[in-house]
Design a protein around this ligand. Structure first.
Ligand code: PLP
Length: 473
């Protein structure tokens, strides 16, 4: 039997050698990504078929491991960072965010408590306080000045689930039966609303009708609430979408807030995509009334040059969050437990352990500066306006929903079949990828402009593709 290597780690010089090689690999990837097809040409099981059935018993060389990035990984990549990626919403990245992620991976700190990670904790709460101001949110959401505060989560779905759980906790503490609690979101709200409500134990989840712009109809909400009250149920939680997934429709936060206040409901705002745009003051009217909500989530990992995962969750009153989540077993008790200056983030989210996500966000905010982040967002919105104009001016298409930011939703006037064919032919081109969606049985194409490497000329090329393909329908 051979003896295992007593020091199997990469040596310092090997770590440097392969680390530099991987930076070079990624730098080339970023530079040349536009030469690849956006979508891979693989069938389910193709990638697995290239992998051995069992983990290696003997060490493999780093050369072999790195070369499999090209041999095994690349063939199965849908290139979210391709400049022709217009599908779903963007998945943010930037070279500086990758560097922040790299350092955070190496530090491998556990940010569950201030005492286990003072730097991670204080950089996180500082950066989230910065963002409160950068996004024009209420200053009372800053931990240093207000009763509120923010925490980084994996995803907007986690934030939404958490707000549902807090609302349920306080409702049941007040003597209400869980079975009577009702959660509301518009019929266009993201699926994470229903999922979060379901796993937080809500038996009643209402889908509120929307108006012509696909925003929540506040009168319909009032009617639903009255019906629920008449049935002996308790309206408990409501979500306002600040940018729905299908069309970036904006729910009327101020009106919803007055309904929520009247009935003592927890009001959550889901700005997963659109929140990043609030760094530009001219878009803040889209979330008029935001100072009235109890919680708010947005994803820097979508549109703020920060790689997944990085989702912010703010609450207007952190004591309600902490009261719902805090449990202090003896093994976690320490000399700073209960010290208000020493935030223990384990009390702010579901898991105990947490990674140093704030490092990459800190790198991004400092390296770009707010002015570059604003111009990044504004350029995407400008290109979307330009594309929308071309679509409107052309006689073959129609816009199906108001464009609020950098998402353009349109369809072929020929109908669903032509719209589907158009989307399929764009996606089969290899140079662009759009999402085909459906509302009320009407098929339409979503063009979401926001990838890090997308430039104006890419959007112009997309229009040429649309124009050319539409001719042959
Ligand atoms: N909410 C909205 C409006 C979204 O558009 C999305 C995803 O696109 C989500 C929530 C879910 O985000 P996450 O993947 O961070 O959970």
């Amino acid at each position: 039997m051979s003896t295992p290597d007593p020091n199997p780690h990469l040596s310092k010089s090997e770590f440097q050698q392969y680390g530099y090689a991987l930076v070079d690999w990624l730098a080339d990837y970023f530079e040349n990504i536009g030469d690849r097809d956006v979508l891979p040409d693989v069938e389910p099981g193709d990638i697995r078929a290239m992998l051995p059935a069992n983990a290696p018993e003997k060490p493999e060389s780093m050369e072999a491991i790195i070369s499999d990035l090209d041999e095994v990984v690349m063939p199965g990549m849908a290139h979210w960072q391709h400049p022709g990626w217009y599908a779903f919403f963007p998945s943010g990245v930037s070279p500086v965010s990758v560097l922040g992620e790299f350092v955070s991976a190496g530090l491998a700190t556990q940010g569950m408590m201030w005492s286990t990670a003072p730097s991670a904790t204080e950089i996180e709460n500082t950066v989230l306080d910065w963002l409160v101001d950068l996004l024009g949110l209420p200053s009372s959401w800053r931990v240093d000045t207000g009763p509120g505060g923010g925490v980084l989560q994996m995803s907007a779905s986690d934030s939404t689930h958490l707000s549902l759980a807090i609302a349920r906790h306080h409702a049941t503490l007040n003597g209400l039966e869980t079975d009577s609690l009702v959660a509301y979101g518009s019929s266009q709200a993201h699926s994470s609303i229903e999922k979060g409500a379901r796993i937080a134990g809500y038996k009643h989840i209402r889908s509120v009708p929307v108006d012509d712009s696909f925003a929540m109809d506040a009168n319909a909400l009032r009617d639903l609430i009255e019906e629920d009250l008449d049935s002996g149920l308790t309206p408990t939680w409501i979500c306002s979408a600040v940018g729905t997934t299908s069309t970036t429709a904006m729910d009327p936060i101020r009106e919803v807030a007055s309904v929520a206040k009247k009935h003592g409901m927890w009001h959550h705002a889901d700005a997963a995509y659109a929140g990043s745009a609030m760094i530009c003051p001219e878009f803040r009217n889209l979330q008029d009334g935001v100072e009235l909500v109890d919680s708010y989530t947005f994803n820097p990992h979508k549109w703020l040059l920060t790689n997944f995962d990085c989702s912010v969750f703010w609450v207007s009153d952190r004591s309600r969050l902490i009261d719902a989540l805090s449990i202090l077993p003896p093994y976690l008790k320490n000399e700073t437990s209960g010290n208000p200056s020493a935030i223990d983030y384990r009390d702010w989210h579901v898991p105990l352990g947490r990674r140093f996500r704030a490092l990459k966000l800190w790198f991004v905010l400092r390296s770009y500066g707010a002015e570059n982040l604003r111009s990044f967002i504004r350029s995407h919105v400008d290109w979307a306006v330009d594309l929308e104009k071309k679509i409107v001016d052309d006689g073959r298409f129609e816009i199906v929903a108001p464009r609020t930011l950098a998402l353009v939703c349109f369809r072929h006037l020929g109908g669903n079949e032509q719209t589907r064919e158009l989307a399929n032919s764009i996606n089969a081109s290899g140079s662009a990828y759009v999402t085909l969606s459906v509302i009320d049985e009407m098929a339409f194409i979503r063009v979401s402009i926001g990838s890090t490497w997308t430039q104006k000329h890419h959007v112009d090329s997309l229009w040429e593709l649309i124009d050319g393909h539409a001719d042959s329908l």
